[in-house]
Each structure stands twice: as structure tokens, then as C-alpha cells.
Design a protein around this ligand. Structure first.
Ligand code: NAD
Length: 499
């Protein structure tokens, strides 16, 4: 059995804690590797290496730092298939979807190549007699990130690219479910020219996370994962004096107005509800048709589309719509919630419970489910299912639909499908959710905008990527300087180059 490692100070390092976690191939149910779970001492070894390397990296000018990211983009493109294959093998998502995971991370790396522009400070000339005031953005020092299983390439890159572009060292604690791609990314960053110790990967579970939260040297923590862990890390990290941003779970509603193009809405719902087996924080898990007639038309369009979905292993290439869920425990949780929906009176219109795939009977596949007549008091409405289960809540009016989205404790993303510009504008203005789609089911902003939810979907003031990331990974220093007038130096005749 393959034994995975940590990546500390430029080398693969075996785990020494004696604790390991199984890494599965979700399509077959087989254990394909084991990953070490770090102790606090192993985390400290990474922190010491980061501390030693970071000052020289911070002193490297931003253009040179950006050149490492430029080379990294080339290497990501060179190794795209290899990365996507490793990702699909551990996560289970389809091969095209795994490439998308790498691609959406790569786009943030591309954005971070603009670091010299983004890190420019502010300057006031002549704020008083002989007085100038200027501000600069300086790196924090040693930073850390903790990432979820569902985007093992994209989310680590969303964190480490801006952190490193700003001159920080970064320690990544990826999900123990699919740690191979993060290790490959760290190797590629060094191949691109990153000095040892600036990007390290320490695998682990709660013990490694607690070692990050409690380490005095670590200045900031980025977290993406479920809401209870986000709340825990945010609370304890902030009280330890760190800068913390934590992104949590979701329950994304899609409002379907009576005037919507129903074929378009149904296509969008199928992709956004069942793509990646529903294991996306921006998946649509609740459809909210406005009016019974709209609901009936929508369900009629949805059912044949859902029944046609092809569920299978990533090795089937383009011939499969979604793959297995990540673990047997995730499958069991989804089936448990489906049962609760039935018990609490929702109508199961498409029943995926008996789904089985010949030759992959031990894989963690879950068939597609569609519920109608779900009500807000039901567990399937209140909880994040994170599986291929779409719930329909019928709303009597637009105001009722808006209120549903607003009253839910999660506020990551939401969408409205309509031909009415006024309804769309009103929805976008009033709804208390971070990312809104107008006739767009999964409104994930591109790299140069920022990504983040509201309410229990995010904790902290700044979003991921875009300009916010450059604020999160730097501190502002403001200098007020006075230079009394005196004898000026002689002229300089050489045109200096930035080295
Ligand atoms: P998770 O919360 O189980 O794990 C996330 C990370 O936290 C992992 O690295 C894990 O090792 C660590 N962790 C787990 N238990 C811990 C504990 N008790 N103490 C400290 N650390 C712990 O989440 P997951 O199952 O990997 O990912 C799915 C969740 O992530 C979903 O809720 C999804 O909505 C959310 N998510 C949110 C976003 C977003 O941007 N808001 C993006 C992707 C995923």
C-alpha cells in the first residue's frame, strides 16, 4: 500500500506520529493509500522551516515572486491530465470536472501574477511642509490554510497563490481524504523556482489543525470546510490573536419565476444540483418555483432529465455526468437524510436509493434524488446534504420565495431564473446572500472578483481571491516622513534596472 508523506522544507517526509488515515478510491471502495496524520511536533518542524525561509522571500521583489507563479502556470498546464487523474482517483469526480478544479485554481494564480500592481501602496506628497505620508503593504510572515476534500486543487491555490505572491510562507493542511494533488502542487511550485520552506504541506486531522491554531508564529489562518469547524477555527484562532477567514457550508436556493424559460431552468438545475454528485458548496440544493403551476411545469421538465443522468467512474471519461461521493460515511449520511425526508412527509419524485453499478458494487455511488413538496421544518431543508439530492419547496409568491432564501441560516450562493429584469434586480438587491446568479445557476465569481458567502457560510471580513486576498495576506504600514531641506546630492547618470 502506498504511504503518502508530508512535504516539509523541500522534501517528502514520512509521518512520525504513528497515526494514519485511509485514502479511498471512491469508485471502487478500495483503500489505495494511507496518509500520515501530523503531530504538533511535525507541524512545528514546518513552521521552523517557514520562519527561516520567509524573510528572504519577502525581500525578493514582487516581480520576481510573480515570475515563479508565471512558471507555475506553465507547469500546471503541462501536467493538467496527470493532476486531474490523481484528483479523480481520490475524489471521485469526473475527469472533465477534475480539470475544471485545477483550472479554477490556475486562474487565481494568473491573477496573482499581477502582485506588483496589487501591492502598490498609497502616497500623499506634501501632506505638510516637507512632509509626505505613504502606506505600504507588508507580508504577515508565516501563514496557514486548511482545505476541504471537494476542491483539492482549486481551494489550496486560492489560498497559497496570493499568500506567496505577497511574500509570505504558507503551510497547507489539506483534506486527509484526497491529499495527493496538494503534494503535487507543492512540488510543482518548487520546480517553478519557489525556495524551499515557502510552500509546505502537512497532512493531518484535528491534531494538526489545533497545532496551527495554537502556534504563536503562525499569523493567519484560511479555512474552507463545514460550518461547525469553520466556527470553531474562527473563534479559537481569533482569540489567539490571529487573522482568520473561514468559509463554511451552504444551502443554495434557486428561485424559478413563472416567466422563466422552463427548459433553461431545468437544464441549469440538473447541472447545478447533480454535478460533482452535489458535493459543491455552490451546488443548488433547493429549487423554489413560484406558484403551483410553475412547480408542476418544472417537475415535469426535471424528471426525464434526472432519469437520464449517467452515474459512473471517472475512467468512463466524458461519458459520465457525475461520480461517486467521497466516502462510505458520506453515502450513509445522504441515505439517512433521504429517509428523513420521506418520514417527514416530502414527496420523493425520483428515487435513487436502489442505484447500483455493475462491477462497482463497492463504490460510493448514490443515485439521483428529487423531492417535491419539501417544507422549511424538514431536516432535508435545514441541513446541507452534500449529495445528489434536490429539494423542491413550492412558494406561493415572489416575496415568499425571497423570504425563504433570506430566512435560511446559510448564505453562500443563490440564483433567480426569470425574464423580468425588475424581479431580478429586486432579488439581487434585497437577498442576504453573498453570491447571486441571474439566470446563472452557479455564480462562482472569476479570479479578479472575490468569493465569499454571508451568514453562517462565512466568518471574517474579507473574501477569497480578488483584491480581498491581497488585503488578507498583508498588513498596512503607514509612514509619515519629514525631510528638512538641505544640500541636494549630485546627479545620477545610470538608468537603474530593478534586480
Ligand atoms: P470538513 O469541515 O469536514 O473538513 C475541512 C477541513 O477541516 C479538513 O482539512 C479537515 O481535516 C479539517 N477538520 C475536520 N474535522 C475537524 C475538526 N474537528 N477540527 C479541526 N479540523 C477539522 O469539510 P469537508 O467535508 O472536507 O468539505 C465539505 C464542506 O466544505 C461542505 O460543508 C461545503 O459546503 C464546504 N465548502 C465550503 C466552501 C466555501 O467556499 N464556502 C467551499 C468548498 C467546500
Amino acid at each position: 500500500m502506498q504511504e503518502l508523506t508530508h512535504y516539509i522544507n523541500g522534501a517528502h517526509v514520512k509521518g512520525t506520529s504513528g497515526r494514519f488515515s485511509d485514502v479511498y478510491n471512491p469508485a471502487t471502495g478500495e483503500v489505495q493509500a494511507k496518509t500520515p496524520l501530523a503531530s504538533a511536533a511535525e507541524m512545528d518542524a514546518a513552521v521552523q522551516a517557514a520562519m527561516a525561509a520567509q524573510p528572504a522571500w519577502a525581500a525578493t521583489n514582487p516581480q520576481r515572486r510573480a515570475r515563479v507563479l508565471m512558471a507555475f502556470v506553465g507547469l500546471l498546464n503541462r501536467d493538467m491530465d496527470k493532476l486531474a487523474e490523481a484528483l479523480s482517483r481520490e475524489h471521485g469526480k469526473t475527469f472533465p470536472d477534475a480539470k475544471g478544479d485545477v483550472q479554477r485554481g490556475l486562474e487565481v494564480v494568473e491573477y496573482c501574477i499581477g502582485a506588483p500592481e496589487l501591492l502598490k501602496g498609497e502616497f500623499t506628497d506634501g501632506a505638510g511642509p516637507g512632509i509626505d505620508i505613504y502606506s505600504m503593504r507588508q507580508p504577515l510572515g508565516v501563514t496557514a490554510g486548511i482545505t476541504p476534500f471537494n476542491f483539492p486543487a482549486m481551494i489550496p491555490m486560492w489560498m497559497f497563490a496570493p499568500a506567496i505572491a505577497c511574500g509570505n510562507a504558507f503551510i497547507l493542511k489539506p483534506s486527509e481524504r484526497d491529499p495527493s494533488v496538494p503534494l503535487m502542487l507543492a512540488e510543482l511550485m518548487e520546480e517553478a523556482g519557489l525556495p524551499k520552506g515557502i510552500l509546505q504541506v502537512v497532512n493531518g486531522d484535528k491534531e494538526a489543525v489545533d497545532a496551527i491554531i495554537d502556534h504563536d508564529v503562525i499569523q493567519s489562518i484560511g479555512f474552507v470546510g463545514s460550518t461547525p469547524i469553520a466556527e470553531y477555527i474562527y473563534g479559537r484562532g481569533c482569540s489567539n490573536g490571529k487573522r482568520v477567514q473561514c468559509f463554511g457550508g451552504a444551502k443554495n436556493h434557486m428561485i424559478v419565476m413563472p416567466d422563466a424559460d422552463m427548459d433553461q431552468a431545468a437544464d441549469a438545475l440538473v447541472g447545478a444540483g447533480y454535478g460533482a454528485a452535489g458535493e459543491r458548496c455552490m451546488a443548488i440544493s433547493v429549487a423554489v418555483p413560484v406558484g403551483d403551476e410553475t412547480a408542476d411545469r418544472l417537475i415535469e421538465k426535471l424528471v426525464p432529465r434526472i432519469e437520464k443522468l449517467k452515474v459512473g467512474p471517472y475512467t468512463a471519461g466524458d461519458d459520465v455526468d457525475y461520480g461517486p461521493v467521497v466516502t462510505a460515511a458520506a453515502k450513509e449520511k445522504i441515505h439517512g437524510l433521504v429517509q428523513s425526508g420521506i418520514d417527514q412527509g416530502a414527496e420523493l419524485v425520483v428515487d435513487g436509493r436502489d442505484f447500483s453499478l455493475q462491477g462497482y458494487e463497492d463504490g460510493f455511488f448514490v443515485g439521483p434524488h428529487l423531492f417535491d413538496k419539501v417544507t422549511p421544518d424538514m431536516d432535508i431543508y435545514q441541513q446541507e446534504i452534500f449529495g445528489p439530492v434536490l429539494s423542491t419547496v413550492r412558494a406561493g409568491s415572489y416575496e415568499e420565495a425571497l423570504k425563504l432564501a433570506m430566512d435560511h441560516e446559510m448564505g453562500n450562493g443563490t440564483a433567480i431564473f426569470t425574464r423580468d429584469g425588475d424581479a431580478a434586480r429586486d432579488f439581487a438587491n434585497r437577498v442576504n446572500v453573498g453570491m447571486i446568479g441571474v439566470n446563472v445557476p452557479i455564480p462562482v465569481p472569476l479570479a479578479y472578483h472575490t468569493f465569499g458567502g454571508w451568514k453562517k457560510s462565512a466568518f471574517g471580513d474579507l473574501n477569497q481571491h480578488g483584491p480581498d486576498a491581497f488585503k488578507f495576506y498583508t498588513r498596512t504600514k503607514t509612514i509619515t516622513s519629514r525631510w528638512p531641506s538641505g544640500i541636494k546630492e549630485g546627479g545620477e547618470f545610470h538608468f537603474k534596472q530593478m534586480e
